[in-house]
Ligand binder design. Sequence first.
Ligand SMILES: [Zn+2]
Length: 124
Amino acid sequence: MDDKKNEKVVHTRISKKLFDKISSKAKKHRITTSNLLRNLVEDYLEIHGEVWDAIDEKLRNYLASGEDSIIGYQSIVLNKNSNCSLCGKTLKKGSQVFIGFFEKLPQKIIVCSECKEKEEMAKK
Ligand SMILES: [Zn+2]
């Protein structure tokens, strides 16, 4: 089968406790342990990849639409490396960035100083 050529087998060591948890979940959903793990990995990669990018894109469009605006900023010093929610630029631990609070959305975003200035200019 050609499909088999493009598949790899992953071996990983896990605790008995985790194994039992996975097998009982698989039984409950009537799928194989292998299928459950494959689904979990696929979901994880999707959520942490494209979906997050889509959320950032949505936020940018949401702000650009004028439907909502950032009501204020709070200056913070990053304790972890992060990314600007608006331009995606890498922000290093120890750098000063801003938390943007929306007027309507409960969500908060991390904004670099350039994006904060751009947003402020747009409001004038
Ligand atoms: Zn930015």
